[in-house]
Ligand binder design. Sequence first.
Ligand SMILES: *Cc1c(COP(=O)(O)O)cnc(C)c1O
Length: 223
Amino acid sequence: MEHASAAERLTAVRAAIAASARLAQRSPEDVTLIAVSKTQNPEAILLLLEAGHRDFGENRVQEAAEKWPPLKAAYPDVRLHLVGQLQSNKADQAVDLFDAIHSVDRPSLVTALAAAAERAGREVQSFVQLNLAEEPQKGGAAVSDLPALIDTMRARGLEPAGLMCLPPADLEPAPWFALLAELARRHRLPGLSMGMSGDYETAVTVGATHVRVGTALFGERGG
Ligand SMILES: *Cc1c(COP(=O)(O)O)cnc(C)c1O
């Protein structure tokens, strides 16, 4: 797909999601494709907007604040997802910009987000990010901290939408996806944010409700 247009890549990724969903006897409509547009310029993003796509992901609040206000003005039904780490002092800005946050991983951030959502009078879909392999360089809560974190979220009025993970890069992803799905089931959480360009089809067969795809839609990131 090297020379495919953005619209062609979008069609191909959607078709792959639909095929994986059907294989698992799931409905393709139950999977939200998030186009991860970090480092992409507005022109590249516009090609997907013009092709009808509306869910986008960014990993930095600052970058999203610079890029998205004009795009959102032109396409008000866009839904923005924060897929990267969030500092508590950027909670207000994040709640203003984003419809969903996929990286809730500690009580102090829950407190900041709940307060920001109340100030803004907005609801923000909140996924708990888990660091399943406890990799030190990655964000995410330890599995052992999940029950307390869910309790804290509910006490603050921030109902958890689901779980999110980024499996270790060098290992087979399916067992990690299956573990995330099992933890979501155990805690009765409906959402599963898992799967990126290299493994979103696997993630969909294991139950992903949100896949976060960058490279397969936009091509390699320039950095
Ligand atoms: C960049 C990023 C993605 C998308 O990665 P690709 O491999 O380009 O699809 C997904 N999730 C998170 C958290 C990311 O930072």
